[in-house]
Every structure is written in C-alpha cells, then in structure tokens.
Design a binder for this molecule. Structure first.
Ligand SMILES: [Fe+2]
Length: 210
C-alpha cells in the first residue's frame, strides 16, 4: 500500500484500536478492506450547494489525522445526496438540501444516491467516505445492515443510538452495529464526519418512521 490516503486510514484504525480496544474487530475489517482497495478513475466530479457553503470552512476547523485524511481527499471528492425515494416529505427535503456524502473507498456502483458519486478507490469489502450535515438539521432515525463507524472531524451534534441520546465533540468515534437505529441532529455548527461501513457495504439505509 503506497497510497497516502489508504495509509492514513490504516493509521487511523491502528490509533483507534489503541484508543478504543472494543472497536478492534471493526478496525480489523477496515484494515482488511484497505488492503484490497485500488485507485480508480473517478470521472465527473459533482458538488452541491451545502458543500460549497460549508465544506472548506468546516474542514479548516478540524485538526489531526482526521482532518488530514479529508484534506488529502478534498480536491477529488464527488458528492451525492441519499434518499431520493423520500422526495416530497418535508423533513427529508430539508435533510436532502443540507446533507451530502462523498465516497473515498467503495464499489463503483456505490450506494443509491443522486448524483452518483464515484469513490477514489475501489473496494467490494468496505464503503468509506466523508459526510457533511448542515446546521440545525435532523437526520431522522434510520437503519442499515452495514456496521458503521463515524469519526467527527469538525462540529458537534446530538446522536441517537437505539433509544439513547448522546452529545459528541470533534474527534469522537461512534459505532452503529448492523441494524441499530440511529439519528443525528446538528446544532449551530455544520458537522463534518468520516464514515466507514465495514460489513455489507452495499447496504441501502432505510428511514424508520416511528
Ligand atoms: Fe448510518
């Protein structure tokens, strides 16, 4: 592996195993996926209004390895919007106007979104990338089969996992096991995150209406 972005993720996983030993099995899956990731042509790059408005400014507030990983990727990222099937639902329209994700590693087909952003590295084992959520936005409860790890790069937010709410500052790590319902509500700050799906990378997230 001689790709700086992949090496940085590898180091991030090593660091996380030391900081949070309970995450070791998930970090091992991430590192296994990194071994097989291959650089690929990304084609057309897409941006979105929420990205133009918040991405660079929010990234400038990050620091350390997390911000380095995003910075290494930033110029080549292509951004998409999930949940096209929820267009017309007021809360989801608000989310879709103020939320974007950009894959760094994953399958060419990726997850369902529009535009369809291409990852910088191909992998059938993991789906890894950047997420940006604008201020005062509620990403409602949702589930997916993928095991998901989030790192907060900049900004802070309220997170729901199952029935429990918690507040997380920058450089936090969060684990959502497969099938666990979770949600994120931002406050006055945009929230910039790295995510890693280390199982079932082709999962489609499903909104849970209670
Ligand atoms: Fe999720």
């Amino acid at each position: 592996m001689s790709e700086p972005i992949l090496e940085a993720f590898h180091l991030l996983a090593d660091n996380e195993i030391k900081r949070t030993p309970a995450l070791a099995p998930w970090m091992n899956l991430l590192q296994a996926g990194l071994e097989d990731a291959q650089p690929q042509e990304t084609g057309e790059q897409y941006s979105l209004p929420v990205v133009e408005k918040h991405f660079i400014k929010t990234l400038s507030k990050g620091s350390g390895l997390l911000a380095d990983i995003v910075s290494l990727s930033a110029d080549r990222l292509s951004w998409g919007i999930p949940y096209e099937e929820h267009v017309g639902e007021p809360d989801m329209d608000e989310l879709r106007d103020n939320y974007a994700f950009a894959p760094i590693i994953g399958s060419q087909k990726g997850n369902r979104s529009e535009p369809l952003p291409a990852p910088l590295y191909s992998s059938d084992q993991i789906y890894v990338g950047v997420v940006l959520q604008g201020p005062h936005i509620n990403y409602p409860p949702h589930v997916h089969r993928a095991a998901e790890i989030y790192w907060t790069v900049a900004g802070h937010a309220e997170w729901q996992k199952g029935d429990e709410w918690s507040h997380h500052e920058p450089e936090s790590v969060l684990l959502h096991e497969p099938g666990v319902r979770h949600a994120t509500i931002t406050n006055e700050s945009p929230l910039l995150m790295l995510f890693a799906w280390v199982t079932n990378p082709e999962s489609i997230p499903v909104i849970v209406r209670l």
